[in-house]
Design a protein around this ligand. Structure first.
Ligand SMILES: [Zn+2]
Ligand SMILES: [Zn+2]
Length: 380
C-alpha cells in the first residue's frame, strides 16, 4: 500500500508545534488519537500510565501480540531555530525527535487499516514520560497493560551522527543503564568564628565529590563500563558569618550492565554513610530517573538486520553499547524484542541540542522497517 506521506509530514509538524513535557502529554495524546481514528483500530487503550495511548489492530486469526512503541514527550529546551512548525509551547520543544517517532508509528496505522496482519495483534504504543526514565514503568504498572501483554516489543530511536536512514543495531546491550543520585547532608550551623561548635557538611561534600569521581577506579574492572559524574553540589548559604549546616551532592551513574550499576550504587551509598559517621551528619539519599540498560534479544536483532538487507538499507553494527539510556529497557527486560537506531544524518546537531529538528526523510524508512517486522512476525 502506498503510504500517504503528505499527511504524515503534516502530523509531524502539528506534534512539533504542540510539544509537551514528560508526564504532561495530554494534547499530544489527543492529537494522535484524532489522527488514528481515521484508520479505525479495533481498540484504543486510553490514559495508560498517564497520558499514554495504545491502538490495537487485530489480525485475521489468533497469534502473538507485537508491540511497537514510540514516545510522546518533548524537552524543557526552548525552540531556538526559525521553523515554520516551531513549538508554540513556551520553553518546551521536541529536541529528541519523539515527534518523528510518533509520526512513524502512526504511519503504520494506514497500512494496518488497509491490510490486517494474518495473525495475532499489533499494538501501537505511545508512551509518556520517556525523558525522565519513568514512563515505561508507568505503562507497565498500569492495570490496563494486562489488555496488551506483548510477545514481542520493538522501538527505534533516530540517531544524529549516522548517515541518513542507516540502520544501527547491536545484539545484547544497546543502551546503558543510568541513575540519578541525590545526597542531602544535614548538620548544624554555627557562627563562622566558631565552626567547632557546629556540624558542618563542608568536608563531607568535598570528600564525596572526590570519592564519587573515583568510584570507577576502585570499584569496577577495566572491561566494566562504570561512570559517576558529579553534576551539582552545594554547601551552606552565601553568608560570611555562618558555618554551614546543610549540603548536597548530586551525581549521575552510568554503566553498561545492571549488575555493575547495582555495585557502584551500593558503593556510593556506603561512602555517604561512612562520611556521615566521620562528620557527625544526618543524611537523606534518593535515587531518581532510573533507567535499566536496554538489552536486545539476539534473534530479534538478526531479524532487523535481514529486513534492512531486504529493503536495501545501509546498516551499521554498533561496536559498544551507547552511553545514553532509554527506558525501553523496561520492556526488553520482560519481553523479547529490540531497540534499534535510524541514522538522522552525519552533520545534524546532537539529540537535545537546541537546534535539533527531526529529519522528515526518515519517516518512510521507519514505517517500512516496522511494516516488515510486522509481516515477518505475524504472517502465517
Ligand atoms: Zn531524549
Ligand atoms: Zn529520545
Amino acid at each position: 500500500m502506498e503510504i500517504k506521506l503528505d499527511e504524515l509530514l503534516e502530523l509531524r509538524k502539528t506534534l512539533h508545534r504542540n510539544a509537551e513535557l514528560s508526564g504532561k502529554e495530554e494534547k499530544t495524546s489527543a492529537l494522535i488519537e484524532e489522527y488514528l481514528r481515521k484508520y479505525q483500530p479495533d481498540e484504543f487503550v486510553e490514559g495508560i500510565g498517564g497520558y499514554g495511548l495504545a491502538a490495537i489492530y487485530d489480525g485475521e486469526s489468533d497469534g502473538p501480540t507485537l508491540l511497537i512503541r514510540c514516545d510522546l514527550d518533548a524537552l524543557p529546551i526552548p525552540e531556538s531555530i526559525e521553523l515554520g512548525h516551531a513549538s508554540q509551547s513556551d520553553g518546551v520543544s521536541h529536541k529528541c525527535g519523539h515527534d518523528g517517532h510518533m509520526t512513524i508509528v502512526s504511519g503504520l496505522a494506514q497500512g494496518l487499516h488497509a491490510n490486517r496482519p494474518a495473525q495475532g495483534r499489533v499494538v501501537l504504543l505511545y508512551q509518556p514520560g520517556e525523558e525522565v526514565g519513568k514512563g515505561a514503568q508507568w505503562v507497565l504498572d498500569d492495570d490496563k497493560f494486562s489488555r496488551i501483554t506483548p510477545d514481542y516489543v520493538f522501538a527505534l530511536h533516530n540517531l544524529p551522527g549516522f548517515p541518513v536512514g542507516q540502520v544501527v543495531y547491536r545484539e545484547g546491550v544497546f543502551a546503558s543503564a543510568s541513575k540519578g543520585l541525590i545526597v542531602e547532608l544535614m548538620g548544624e550551623t554555627s557562627h563562622a568564628a566558631e565552626p567547632q561548635k557546629g556540624k558542618s557538611p563542608t568536608m563531607a561534600v568535598a570528600q564525596l565529590i572526590n570519592g564519587f569521581s573515583a568510584i570507577s577506579q576502585f570499584h569496577s574492572a577495566l572491561h566494566e563500563a562504570a561512570q559517576v559524574t558529579v553534576i551539582h553540589a552545594r554547601v551552606g548559604e552565601r553568608a560570611f558569618g555562618t558555618s554551614p549546616g546543610y549540603g548536597n551532592v548530586m551525581a549521575t551513574l552510568r554503566s553498561h550492565s545492571d549488575e555493575v550499576m547495582e555495585r557502584i550504587s551500593a558503593k556510593c551509598e556506603d561512602m555517604v554513610k561512612g562520611l556521615c559517621n566521620s562528620w557527625n551528619l544526618e543524611t537523606k539519599i534518593q535515587w531518581d530517573e532510573i533507567f535499566p540498560s536496554t538489552v536486545n534479544d539476539d534473534e530479534m536483532v538478526r531479524l532487523i538486520v535481514e529486513i534492512a538487507d531486504d529493503l536495501g538499507l545501509d546498516k551499521f553494527e554498533q561496536p559498544i553499547p551507547f552511553p545514553w539510556s532509554e527506558d525501553f529497557g523496561n520492556f526488553t527486560d520482560r519481553y523479547k524484542g529490540a531497540l534499534f537506531g535510524l541514522g538522522a544524518g552525519e552533520n545534524q546537531p546532537a539529540l537535545h541540542h537546541p537546534t535539533y529538528d527531526f529529519p522528515d526523510d526518515l519517516i518512510l524508512t521507519g514505517v517500512q522497517l516496522f511494516e516488515m517486522i510486522i509481516k515477518r512476525l505475524l504472517s502465517k
